[in-house]
Ligand binder design. Structure first.
Ligand code: SF4
Length: 399
């Protein structure tokens, strides 16, 4: 990610002397699932290791794949990409009707032709420049001569502007069809069993692939140059046999574009923060943390969060933020938060419902709804025969 010099210096001060974590398609997808959360926006922009931070403040997330799953995923990916993606080209042709003909293969990634290039940001810049040139040229040439074969690009590096930051993205593959239409291809290690895959994993893969589609469309300057159907390649049943599926990501693209347009620019978030804010996870020469848990917790508290239950599946800091939001109506879900606009705590909501608390002007509508709900609930409860009424659960082992 690249920022203006002043912003970059500020983010570096927040992150301290540790290597920054980079945004990727997964973090962008998560960011757009909670676009109002300034805490996540600042931490991601600064490249703070949220997983490490959650552990240091006492709320470890337990996110991520097991080492076994990572190794299995790498082996599967290698198998699909072997011999210039021979297996992938066969799957595209036989299972999806996408015939790329005698397609060329080019590896733009760290294991490919730029492996010996410059390290760090310079290396990424070189890989991005090579990707831009190669993909633009291939899409143009394939459109100009539909009789020529297609092309497959391994490890391309795309970039996308996210709230004023340029984020580097690494799709697995881009396939260019004769005629010039490009397809994002993602190789996933979750299985397709009897034609069905885990819905949550497919949804996560679809929104991440949509991030790549959007980045490639912006690179090529034409939406129609990149298919809205992405290709997922997964292991079939309990074997290592690959199976390819098309997933339509038009809905995800709409959500993504809408949410990205709503994200607050990082500069305005930083302007509202104290100048001495630090979330440095570094350790000193003796292995002691530069900042202890109390200092990190205080610093986190200065970043405005917007906890919602969905955070539990998308953000490493979810347990910390959920604990912090205890007793607040936001913990009951986005629907409740929207219905109870202006009523911040569960205690306030109960007070308004039972008439023991007078509403402010901006709470009048929510208070009327809460009173009606409490009255209807009490009436329904009173009309139930005594044994049906909800009461305290019997104690285990009781009479
Ligand atoms: S868990 Fe916390 S930091 Fe992460 S998105 Fe939710 S509110 Fe924001």
């Amino acid at each position: 990610m690249r920022h203006e010099g002043k912003t970059e210096a500020r983010l570096e001060r927040i992150r301290g002397a540790v290597i920054p974590r980079r945004h990727n398609a997964r973090t962008i997808a998560a960011l757009t699932s909670n676009p109002g959360c300034g805490r996540r926006a600042v931490l991601d922009a600064a490249g703070v290791d949220k997983d490490g931070l959650a552990g240091r403040v006492g709320y470890p997330a337990g996110f991520g794949q097991s080492p076994f799953a990572i190794v299995r995923g790498n082996v599967f990916e290698k198998q699909v990409k072997a011999d210039g993606c021979t297996e992938l080209l066969r799957l595209l042709r036989d299972q999806l009707g996408l015939d790329l003909g005698p397609a060329s293969y080019r590896d733009l990634g760290a294991s490919g032709e730029l492996a010996a290039g410059a390290p760090g940001e310079a290396g990424l810049d070189a890989r991005h420049a090579a990707s831009v040139e190669a993909l633009t040229e291939a899409a143009r040439d394939a459109a100009a001569d539909p009789s020529a074969g297609g092309a497959v690009f391994d490890h391309p590096l795309l970039r996308l502007d996210v709230a004023g930051q340029e984020v580097s993205l690494e799709p697995d593959l881009v396939a260019v069809q004769p005629g010039g239409v490009c397809h994002i291809v993602e190789i996933k290690s979750f299985p397709v069993i009897d034609g069905q895959a885990d819905g949550e994993k497919v949804a996560a893969a679809a929104i991440q692939a949509a991030v790549y589609v959007l980045a490639l469309r912006r690179l090529l300057g034409r939406a129609e140059a990149v298919a809205h159907e992405v290709v997922l390649v997964c292991p079939k049943d309990f074997s290592n046999t690959p199976v390819a599926t098309k997933v339509d990501v038009r809905r995800q693209l709409l959500i993504l574009e809408h949410q990205l347009a709503r994200l607050t620019r990082i500069d305005s978030l930083l302007d509202a923060l104290p100048d001495d804010l630090r979330l440095d996870l570094a350790v000193d020469g003796a292995g002691a943390p530069v900042l202890d848990a109390a200092a990190l917790t205080t610093a986190l508290g200065q970043l405005a969060a917007r906890y919602a239950p969905g955070c539990l599946s998308t953000c490493e800091l979810a347990f910390f933020c959920r604990h912090e939001a205890t007793g607040r109506t936001a913990t009951l879900g986005i629907g409740v938060r929207e219905e109870l606009g202006g009523v911040e705590t569960v205690a306030d909501a109960l007070g308004l419902a039972h008439g023991t608390r007078a509403p402010d002007d901006d709470q009048a509508e929510a208070a009327a709804m809460l009173r009606t709900t409490a009255r209807v609930y009490a009436e329904v409860l009173a009309s139930l025969p005594a044994p049906s009424r909800p009461g305290p659960a019997p104690l285990e082992g009781g009479p």
